[in-house]
Structure formats: C-alpha cells, structure tokens
Ligand binder design. Structure first.
Ligand code: NAD
Length: 554
C-alpha cells in the first residue's frame, strides 16, 4: 500500500460516520478514494488520471469540499463548479447531495487555449470523466471494457480468442494500463510501450503487465516466442511510440492488432513528443508551451502515419478513444480516420441494450463485502455465462486499488435488479456498510463524443449533445446521490460532453425507491438514444422492455 502523500487525504473505512448521513459519507469517501495514492496517478497535484483529470480545483477547494460535506444536512445539496464548492442549497431528502459541473465552456470557445487561460486564472479545472465526479476506481474501472473490446475483436477477426496473436499498443497510464491485462485475459500476447518507466513499474506491481524491457529487440523476441507457443504474455516496453512504431515498421515487424492509449487528447499535459525524456518534456512544457504543443502534434502525426502503414500491411488497427486521429488530421494526415474508433467497431451493440461499465464500491473498505457481491452476481445471473466468467476472472486477476470495488457491464433491467439486491444485502446486514453504485461517463446514453462514443451514428447525430444533458437531468430528478455534467473528457476540449451518476445503496426503503428509478432511467437513456438513432437492436430492446418512446414506430 502506498503511503499517503498528503495528510489531508484520509482512508476512511468501517461504519463510523464523519458526516451527517451515508450519502454525504459516500461523497467524502469517494473524493478521498479518488486521491488515494493507490488509486490516483499524481495525487499530490490532485490529478487522478487521464492527463490532468483532477478531483478538485486546488487544495483550498479540496479543504472546502471536505468541510462542506462534514456539515451537509440530509436535505441539502452542494454545488461544485469545476472542482470548487460554490453553494449549498436546501433541497429535499430525495434530491442529489451534490451536483457537479466541470470544465464546461460555451461551445464557440471550447478549446484547450481557452481552457488553459481559465485554468491559469484559477477559474477552471479539467474533470476528465470520473476524476472530477469522484467515481474513479483505478485501472479496474476500464479493464472489463477493454476486455470486452478485445473479446469482440477476437470474435470478428480471429477465431474467438487472441491466442497466438500479438497486439501492439502504447500508454500504460490509469486507463491504458488495463490493455496488457485485457489482452492476456483473452489469451494473447501484448507489447505495451510507455515513455515513463514509473508507469510500467506500477502496472508490473499490480500484475497488469508481466515483464518489462527497454530493448525493442528483446520485446520482439519475447513476444514472438510467446505467440508461437500460444501463451499469453504482456511486455512493458520503455520508449516513445512515435519513435518505436516507425522502427518496428522499418524492421518489417507487423503486429496482428494495433491500437494506442497514450494521453493524446491533451497535446500539452498528456502526450510526450518523441526524442525527449520525461524531464526534458516537463522543462519545455513550462518554458515554451506553444513549442511543446507543436512538437507533440507533429509526433502524433508520425505515430498515426506508422499506424496507417501497419494497417495497410495487415494489422487490425483501431483508435482507442484518445482522439489521436483528430490531432494527426489537423497536422495534415489526410487518411487519419481510415481506421475506426473502438465504439463503432466493437462496442455499440452493447450500448443498444443499455450496457456499459457499471461499478460498485464497498464503503466498509472490506474486500469481503465485494466478494459477497460477486457471489450475488454468480447466483442471480447464473444464466449469463459470459458475465459469470468475467466475475470469476476478475476475482482471480484484479487487485483492488483503494476502496474495494467491482465492475461489470450490466444493461437495462439488470442494473435496477442488481441495485435492489445490493440494497437488500446492506439492509439485512450481509454487507458491513453501504455500497456506492456508479459508472463511467463512457456509457450508453450519457455521452456525446463524435470521435469516440458517438462516432458514425446511424442517423448522423454524432455531434448532438442534448442526450447527456437529458441523462443528467433525469438522473437528478430520480434521486441520484450525485450527478455531474462535464466537457472534454476522453478526447479533449471541444470534442465531448458527458454526464456521470452515482447512487448510494444504504439499505433504506428510500434508497430502494431511488435506486429503482435511477438505475432504470440511466441505462434507459442509452437504449432510447440508440433506438432514436435507428439501431434495430435498441428499438427491439425498447419494445421488449416496455420503454415508452412516443415516436418509436410499433
Ligand atoms: P494517463 O495520462 O494516465 O496515461 C497516459 C500514458 O501515456 C502515460 O503513462 C504516458 O507516459 C504515456 N505516453 C504519453 N505520450 C507517450 C508517447 N508518445 N509514447 C509512449 N507513451 C506515452 O492517461 P489514461 O487515463 O491512461 O488515458 C489514456 C488515454 O485514453 C486518454 O486520452 C484517455 O482519454 C483515453 N481513454 C480511453 C478510454 C477507453 O475506454 N478507450 C477510457 C478512458 C480514457
């Protein structure tokens, strides 16, 4: 366990409250959990993951949030504006205890330049997705999505397994770190490059990556051997993707599968230009941010060109949600969008059924509570073999980071059903303390992101962002414990709007009613959004589940 780098961040566990109710306590514990050094990438800077995705605007704002939560009544709501608490209003017990708006900028000005200017003036922070909405659970949060993506790819391109295949990718950060594990869980071999050795070490410590090397020769040799033997293996390769990919090409080394999860959504604070150490990058970023962004984007162009060349030579290539194609296109790489994004290629059918990265966290801090909920899934969803396999594999392979948590992709109907089960388990004392239920903003009905979640929508509605706004409103009305509306997550400023939701199962009847509402409206928005766009599977789901859509033809 990493030592707390800041005494302000506490590991609250057990059943003693530090606030006036479990909803407020959940907010407090989840805020702290986002900044736990076992969970966050750079907690000392309040950075949770995804480039500069932060939990609070600054330490002063963090202190104020903590103080506010400690005094917040069970009929009050705290308002957060880009990581700073700005008001507490009397509302009512079924209303959210917190409403959060992060990084929102009027559309005509919604770019990194405006954001950085506001950030410098202390008026804004980057909330990413779950960083500023306090439901980040470490790399586990993305593992199943990554696993599902590779499983679907294996189904479409290889005979249902990645056994005997080699994947090359980059980025071993908070989210990208899930890639090597997801590949080996699917039976494949993975070379994952990262320019920052500490990131590789962290993935090795937590068993997301098997071995580390700084030699391309060694990486290739290990990978080819494992591939030949049909053995799963993940190799963390130290180096810059924009330099290593062209080198691989030069040697005629073409992987079977190719993708990337460097922080390319943020050319200043995320992506590292090639031919530069981490230290040199940090210096240039301070000294000459404009020059840094120029070099960064030029490297992304080289990076994408190498990906396109490997694709032409047969690598199954896809964008993994970091907007690197857009940066390359802006740099003049005309064919940047020739490879697809992962959502239209592999994930959208799940979205049509309201499925997405559903997660829950044991506020007790006791791993046993999560193991008991695993048993509940295995019992209650025994007919769903894919889901049960996932839970068994997750139990075996995934280390908890911070508060024990679990993730699994559940859809419309399943989420409400499981929410009630969790609430009952809290009520009857099976679990030691309440459970927090939430999800990523990357979900079926909560995000508008034309280069990612809503890329290539059937009806051309990729850029319509009414949907996440409706999603946030209906979840707030339904009684979620906290609701958030963000801009720029995943793909950067100007390219996305999305909303988050978290709800506490504290075992009360009031929570049971709120859970039934929110865990229905939230995935329901996913089904509706896709049915409205014309997807047959979503229309069928809406009809079969009896979701009322006034203009859905019979
Ligand atoms: P992060 O900032 O924690 O990690 C990024 C990593 O990339 C760092 O370890 C960094 O050292 C490395 N890196 C940067 N430039 C590099 C280069 N040129 N070569 C090699 N390594 C380089 O970010 P994260 O949370 O892991 O997210 C990564 C990206 O994936 C982001 O753009 C994020 O928005 C996106 N994302 C995708 C999904 C998804 O499901 N596909 C979900 C969330 C986030």
């Amino acid at each position: 366990m990493n030592i707390m780098s800041n005494e302000k961040v506490k590991r609250y566990r057990g059943t003693d409250l530090h606030t006036k109710g479990w909803q407020q306590e959940a907010l407090l514990r989840m805020l702290m959990n986002n900044l736990d050094p076992d969970v966050a990438e750079h907690p000392e800077q309040l950075v949770v993951y995804g480039g500069i995705g932060k939990a609070a605007r600054n330490w002063e704002a963090f202190d104020a949030i903590v103080k506010t939560l400690k005094h917040l009544e069970s009929d009050e709501t705290m308002l957060i504006q880009s990581g700073k608490p700005v008001a507490v209003f009397k509302t009512h017990p079924d209303a959210p205890r917190a409403l959060i708006a992060n990084s929102n900028i009027v559309p005509a000005y919604a770019n990194w330049e405006t954001f950085h200017e506001l950030d410098r003036k202390g008026l804004m922070m980057y909330g990413q997705m779950t960083a500023g909405s306090w439901i980040y659970i470490g790399s586990q949060g993305i593992v199943q999505g990554t696993y599902e993506t590779f499983a679907e790819l294996a189904k479409q391109h290889f005979s249902g397994t990645l056994k005997g295949t080699l994947t090359v990718t980059a980025g071993l950060g908070g989210m990208g770190g899930a890639q090597p594990l997801a590949v080996t869980m699917n039976g494949g071999v993975c070379i994952a490059m990262d320019v920052d050795e500490t990131r590789i070490d962290r993935r090795i410590e937590t068993r997301y990556t098997d071995v580390k090397t700084n030699s391309l020769d060694e990486a290739i040799q290990l990978a080819e051997e494992a591939k030949r033997m049909g053995k799963p293996l993940s190799i963390g390769l130290l180096g810059n993707a924009a330099a290593l990919l062209p080198e691989m090409l030069g040697r005629g080394f073409i992987p079977d599968i190719l993708t990337d999860q460097t922080s390319a959504h943020d050319p200043l604070n995320g992506y590292i230009p090639s031919n530069m150490s981490i230290e040199e990058a940090a210096e240039l970023r301070q000294a000459d941010p404009e020059e840094y962004v120029k070099l960064s984007k030029a490297s992304m162009a080289v990076h994408v060109k190498a990906m396109l060349a490997m694709m032409e030579k047969g690598a199954v290539t896809f964008d993994y949600g970091n907007n690197i194609r857009q940066a390359a296109k802006d740099e003049g790489v005309e064919k940047a969008f020739a490879f697809p994004g992962f959502v239209p290629a592999y994930i959208r059918p799940q979205f049509c059924e309201g499925k997405g990265p559903f997660r829950w966290v044991a506020l007790s801090g006791d791993p046993e509570d999560i193991y008991k909920t695993d048993e509940a899934i295995l019992r209650e969803f025994a007919g769903n073999e894919h889901l049960c396999n996932w839970i068994r594999m997750a139990q075996k392979k995934i280390e908890f980071q911070g508060l024990p948590a679990r993730i699994c992709w559940l859809g419309y109907g399943e989420r409400a059903r499981f929410g009630k089960i969790l609430n009952d388990m809290v009520a009857n004392g099976e679990l030691k303390a309440p459970i927090v239920i939430g999800r990523d903003h990357l979900d079926s009905g909560s995000v508008a992101s034309p280069n990612r979640e809503t890329e290539a929508m059937k009806d051309g509605s990729d850029t319509v962002s009414d949907w996440p706004l409706l999603n946030a409103m209906v979840n707030a009305v339904g009684g979620a414990t906290w609701v958030s509306l963000h801009h720029g997550g995943g793909v950067g400023m100007g390219y996305s709007q999305h909303s988050g939701v978290v709800i506490v199962a504290d075992g009360t009847k009031a929570a049971e009613a709120r859970l039934a509402r929110v865990l229905t409206t939230d995935p329901g928005m996913g089904v509706v959004r896709h049915a409205d766009a014309g997807y047959e599977l979503a229309k069928k789901t809406a009809r079969e589940k009896g979701i009322k859509m006034p203009m859905l033809e019979e």
